[in-house]
Design a protein around this ligand. Structure first.
Ligand code: NAD
Ligand code: FES
Length: 283
């Protein structure tokens, strides 16, 4: 039973779940993820583990309700249990003393990079964090990142909090000030990661991205999560989820992710209709 021990709304449509999963918590290393189903008949979704508490056997997940399954998950509350949960999956992040590492976190992707940033800090790196959100209300985990960062820059698209602009604008500003970085870790929407790697390529900074494609089994059997990296097909669930960002074919990933948007919207509409019929609101 993977019981939800705590559920907190940390921004509009963004929830932080603390889930009792002792075996997963015990084995977890930064960068790994789980695949879960909220209900028995739900689809499986991959979620990166934000952090784990090995002492009390819990893991923390940050979820934005962007599709049917994440909305189903958000319906669950403290005391409920998710139908199943598999993990930890994927390779852990490479943790070493690289020097100065920039963490670029966009939107809900900010949560994904937290455990990696924390581990890199513990390994002796200087951490420069650039976190961004569309506006003040969507800004998440600023306090947590402030605690583990040597420098932090907070960006909003509309300038309602921190500095106005995308996270990549701040990274460019730092490069233009003559700063040198030993590594960049970028996590967030695909266009953000693509823009980050285009920039870091120019400055020859090794860049790691964490990919979050559609996944079905999460164990390398279905091919659902395939991506093209260095001209070769990889399965993100078993070969990743982190890759050398300069080798990732972002255009094909974006096309693939968009291909299922229409079906997802239709399915969401059908489920809503079923629920209304069940409640007698519609016939
Ligand atoms: P969002 O669209 O609100 O964007 C967040 C920030 O990313 C923006 O404030 C901006 O700073 C930056 N950004 C967005 N587009 C950009 C662009 N074209 N160029 C430069 N910077 C840009 O983000 P959201 O809705 O919170 O994020 C959801 C996305 O994150 C989903 O697409 C989801 O798949 C992805 N995600 C990725 C992972 C992962 O492991 N990589 C995990 C969870 C979610
Ligand atoms: Fe099936 Fe990766 S999710 S191969």
């Amino acid at each position: 039973m993977y019981k939800i021990v705590e559920k907190t709304k940390i921004a509009p449509d963004i929830f932080k779940f603390k889930v009792y999963a002792p075996l997963v918590a015990n084995k977890f290393q930064a960068g790994q993820f789980i695949v879960l189903r909220p209900f028995d008949d739900s689809e499986r979704i991959p979620l990166t583990i934000m952090e784990a508490d090995k002492e009390d056997g819990t893991i923390f997940l940050v979820v934005k309700t962007i599709g049917l399954t994440t909305k189903q998950l958000a319906e669950l509350n403290q005391g409920d249990a998710v139908a199943d949960l598999l993990g930890p999956l994927g390779h852990p992040s490479e943790i070493d003393n690289f020097g100065t590492v920039v963490i670029v976190g966009g939107g809900v992707g900010t949560a994904v990079s937290f455990a990696v940033a924390e581990s890199l800090k513990e390994a002796g790196n200087r951490i420069v964090s650039i976190i961004g959100a569309r506006d003040k209300d969507f800004m998440i985990l600023e306090d947590e990142f402030t605690e583990i960062s040597d420098e932090i820059y907070v960006m909003t698209d509309d300038g309602s909090y921190g500095k106005k602009g995308f996270v990549t604008q701040q990274l460019l500003d730092l490069y233009e000030q003559g700063r040198h970085f030993d590594r960049v870790i970028a996590t967030g929407p695909l266009p953000m990661m693509r823009a980050t790697v285009e920039l870091t390529r120019k400055y020859k900074t090794p860049t790691i991205v964490s990919l979050n494609p559609i996944m079905v089994d999460g164990i390398g059997m279905c091919g659902g999560c395939r991506a093209v990296v260095d001209g070769k097909i990889v399965f993100v669930c078993v070969d990743g989820p982190e890759f050398d960002g300069h080798q990732v074919d972002f255009d094909s990933l974006i096309r693939r992710n968009n291909a299922y948007r229409e079906i997802e919207t239709q399915k969401e509409h059908d489920c809503l209709l079923d629920a209304q019929i069940a409640k007698g609101i519609k016939k």
